[in-house]
Design a protein around this ligand. Structure first.
Ligand code: PLP
Length: 362
């Protein structure tokens, strides 16, 4: 028998072997402003009610593979037309994978813009489809002519557009996304992970465009630990994607917990409203720093900024030393050079960030 490393090399696909696994920064004891989580928990009363509900969950049994109760509640919550269906994923990350698994055939391509959410490119690699991208403009708006030309040349089976986009924060112009949907030879997935903080949605457009899928998640609105994402589309699409889904992908606590959260959704909505207000305050505070070259437009629960050259490493490290974790986007290079991404936290967390930032930007 060969030694383990040559065995590993001979069996693992080379494109997987050369990958670096998704990096999550250690955050123990830190103010966590790196991952777009909601800083708020439920008050004691609601927490107690949830624990009562959790007691009744039969965790000795497999979950309902169709998540029937949760599905009915969410359809009602979204006011979905009868011909549309929902596909649940263990986070929208899983939905990205299911969409690619169901569509990947040899030679087919997945397309997005750059910079954007890294899981599109990573998942394409896992699944073995080619990934192509069109660059955004330096202000992170779409370069529509170049994007349409690339779509025409590449003929992608699936296009992913995050709306608002991560890690840039901005929502692209609606007319430009519509132009992409109309020009696309295949599916367009509008990823609305940040919908709770945004002013617009493509959900009503699913009726209008046969090739449009809208994806959302409960992660950014306050339930990241539950891991629940969902895809809305005409049931003709959902029926096919559902075939590649593992039957029990949504566990019993997630089904019950998100159902409970939907019954009390005004709590999450209020928290999102608070975060939006605090986002504007934080932006206002950031405008006083002349060392920030650009504060990019945002419709999400985070703010991306570009510093003047040669500051980013020092500022990021200083914040970290003060136990404040944000996202350093600089290492991605290109348009993200000198950029930092700050998740909007609670008012106290935002103040702690600002105080520390002021210290190290000087
Ligand atoms: C965070 C994020 C997701 C992933 O959401 P999960 O449901 O937690 O897997 C998807 N898309 C975008 C654009 C995101 O920023």
């Amino acid at each position: 028998m060969s030694d383990i490393s040559s065995l590993v090399t001979s069996l693992i696909r080379p494109e997987i072997k050369e990958l670096v696994a998704y990096q999550v920064q250690p955050a123990d004891g830190m103010i966590k402003l790196d991952a777009m989580e909601n800083p708020y928990v439920w008050d004691e009363g609601l927490q107690a009610k949830w624990l009562e509900r959790a007691k009744q969950v039969d965790f000795n049994r497999y979950p309902d593979p169709a998540a029937t109760k949760l599905r009915a509640k969410l359809k009602q919550h979204l006011n979905l037309p009868a011909e549309q269906e929902i596909l649940f994923g263990n986070g929208s990350d899983e939905l990205i994978q299911l969409i690619m698994l169901a569509t990947a055939r040899s030679g087919c391509k997945v397309f997005s813009i750059a910079p954007t959410f890294v899981m599109y490119a990573m998942t394409a690699k896992f699944v073995g489809v080619d990934y192509v991208e069109a660059s955004l403009k330096p202000d992170f708006s779409l370069d529509l002519p170049a994007t349409l030309t690339a779509i025409e040349a590449e003929q992608p089976a699936v296009i992913f557009i995050a709306y608002p986009n991560n890690p840039t924060g901005n929502a692209f112009a609606r007319e430009e996304i519509e132009a992409i949907i109309q020009a696309a030879p295949g599916l367009v997935v509008v990823d609305e992970a940040y919908n709770a903080f945004a002013e617009d949605s493509f959900l009503p457009d699913v009726e209008k465009y046969n090739n449009l899928l809208v994806m959302r998640t409960f992660s950014k609105v306050g339930l990241a630990g539950f891991r629940l994402g969902f895809l809305v589309a005409n049931s003709a699409w959902i029926a096919e994607f559902d075939k590649v889904r593992m039957p029990y992908n949504i566990n019993v606590f997630t089904q019950e917990g998100v159902l409970f959260a939907l019954e009390n959704y005004q709590v999450l909505e209020k928290q999102a409203e608070q975060i939006k207000q605090d986002r504007e305050l934080l932006i206002k505070e950031l405008t006083q720093f002349s060392q920030i070259e650009t504060i990019f437009k945002t419709a999400a629960n985070f703010i991306t900024i570009k510093l003047q050259p040669d500051l980013v490493a020092r500022v990021f490290a200083g914040l970290k030393q003060d136990k404040i974790l944000i996202k350093n986007l600089d290492s991605a290079g290109g348009l993200l050079k000198d950029c930092l991404r700050i998740t909007v936290g609670s008012p106290a967390e935002n103040q702690a960030f600002l105080a520390s930032f002021a210290k190290y930007i000087k």
